[in-house]
Design a binder for this molecule. Structure first.
Ligand code: SAH
Length: 207
């Protein structure tokens, strides 16, 4: 898998390559789905949700310019796999706060993360579209579900010089990287993508 992602240009930097090699994707899938762990596609994790494809996790980790000791906010924990990869890159001096709307997935993710020994991810149940003011500011914020626009509260929760990465708009969404430069914001369109919709106050509704 890692070789395929390298060949296709999704993986570029040693820390991301190392993390993708180290985190066992199958451990984050329900037993009946584990055979699909080595395919570069999204996989159903139950509760009407999917784990992102490995190339999307790789691409997002590269785009976020992750570095040791950063503090990260993830919105949409799902299985916990993407959070585990991010956490490996920021290392023991860094931390990932991850928010999941679905209480059942929250429990699953906590169990998955504990089973592979990840200690620097904290999973929070709730509406991540409001971000996490009590943990802010974050060096990096990313969404693993598509939002109508960047939820306004997140703009106040990223450090100056920090990045927000989010799939924006209905499917097919655009993956947009927004850099905070003091009080100015610079947006870059990184291409088309498909994600499940963000729910909650600043999402597409609760369904
Ligand atoms: N990163 C995950 C994939 C997540 S799929 C992985 O590696 O497995 C997107 C997740 O976003 C779903 O689990 C969905 O329940 C969650 N979600 C949707 N709206 C949300 C919100 N407002 N707050 C937190 N999580 C949300």
């Amino acid at each position: 898998m890692v070789q395929t992602l390298l060949d296709r240009g999704y993986l570029r930097t040693p820390p991301v390559i190392e993390a993708m090699r180290a985190v066992p994707r199958d451990a984050f899938l329900p037993p009946e789905a584990r055979a699909k762990a080595h395919e570069d596609r999204p996989v159903w994790i139950g509760r009407d949700q999917t784990m992102s494809a490995p190339h999307m996790v790789a691409l997002m980790c590269e785009a976020l310019e992750l570095a040791p000791a950063q503090r990260i906010l993830e919105i949409g924990t799902g299985s916990g796999y993407h959070a585990a990869v991010t956490a490996r890159i920021v290392g023991a001096d860094g931390a990932v706060d991850s928010i999941e709307f679905d209480a059942v997935l929250c429990d699953d993710a906590r169990r998955n993360l504990a089973a592979v020994g990840v200690q620097n991810v904290r999973v929070h149940a709730g509406d991540g579209s409001r971000g996490r003011p009590e943990g802010a500011p974050y060096d990096r914020i990313y969404l693993t579900c598509s939002a109508p626009r960047i939820p306004k509260p997140l703009l106040d929760q990223v450090t100056p010089g920090g990045l927000i990465l989010a799939p924006l708009g209905p499917t097919p969404s655009r993956l947009v990287r927004t850099r905070r430069d003091g009080d100015a914001w610079h947006e870059e369109d990184l291409g088309a993508c498909a994600f499940v919709p963000l729910r909650g106050e600043f999402g597409f509704g609760d369904r």
